[in-house]
Design a protein around this ligand. Structure first.
Ligand code: ADP
Ligand code: ADP
Length: 226
């Protein structure tokens, strides 16, 4: 049960910007949860704090019943896909996918097999020896996803992963991601500023404003006009 439970989670950056103000939220096991809100409202900070890339300055994060508030990123059973994909430019697709497994000290043969298998699953089998610079935007997005999947995390965090794709690719990627999430049963938190994207993909939605959660509910509840 990979629930994510935030209890009065707070983040104040050095210098005094209060990016997260005492958030209380439960994301349920296997749920696809979208975070919406204007630029600067704290969406990325929330994801980065869940991932352990930023340290909370107050409150706690529990994942699957475990207090992970002080755990480093590698110990959290979480994978994050960034807006710019953050692939390693000097590594091939296979090496990129295998990298998190290397960090987890998985042996070389098993790493290579797992990377090939995951690349195949995402339709990248024929591109394994290419470097990110030799891939299209959609292919880079899939490679980033493959890298995230290879460790079988129980939680996926996505920071606007579709925003660099053209309109047609974005529609395809939406369907693909949603299907994948359903098949894997992974708890997913997805940042977007696109209401249509949230409506198409999310089980529930939270709207953030100035570091706080203004509304939480199903897309129909949240987007219903008053
Ligand atoms: P969003 O992802 O919704 O655009 P962010 O989480 O990036 O919002 O930012 C929330 C607030 O925190 C903004 O006021 C932003 O300027 C500030 N902020 C983000 N990152 C840092 C940082 N590393 N240092 C100081 N302030 C930051
Ligand atoms: P987004 O809007 O997609 O969340 P930003 O462009 O706001 O991203 O931020 C990009 C990077 O700059 C992030 O790593 C964020 O932490 C950092 N950042 C954002 N605002 C500030 C700030 N006021 N001071 C320092 N770093 C910041």
């Amino acid at each position: 049960m990979a629930d994510i439970i935030l209890n009065r989670l707070a983040k104040v950056y050095p210098g005094g910007v209060r990016a997260l103000s005492d958030l209380d939220l439960t994301v349920r096991d296997g749920e696809f949860f979208a975070l919406l809100g204007p630029s600067g409202c704290g969406k990325s900070t929330l994801l980065r704090t869940l991932a352990g890339l930023e340290e909370a300055t107050g409150g706690s994060v529990h994942i699957a019943g475990q207090d992970v508030t002080a755990l480093p990123p590698g110990d959290r059973d979480i994978a994050m896909v960034f807006q710019d994909y953050a692939l390693f430019p000097h590594m091939t697709v296979h090496e990129n996918i295998a990298y998190p497994l290397k960090i987890k000290k998985v042996g070389k043969g098993e790493r290579a097999a797992k990377a090939r298998e995951t690349a195949d699953e995402l339709g990248l089998g024929h591109l394994g020896e290419r470097r990110p610079g030799q891939l299209s935007g959609g292919q880079q997005q899939r490679a980033a996803l493959a890298r995230a999947m290879a460790c079988h995390p129980r939680v996926f965090l996505f920071d606007e992963p579709l925003s660099n794709l053209d309109a047609r690719m974005r529609l395809e990627a939406r369907t693909f991601l949603k299907k994948l999430q359903r098949e894997l049963g992974v708890t997913t938190v997805f940042v977007t500023h696109d209401q249509a994207e949230a409506l198409a993909m999310a089980d529930r939605v939270a709207v953030m404003e100035s570091g706080a959660l203004r509304q939480v509910g199903t897309p129909t509840e949240v987007f219903r006009r008053p």
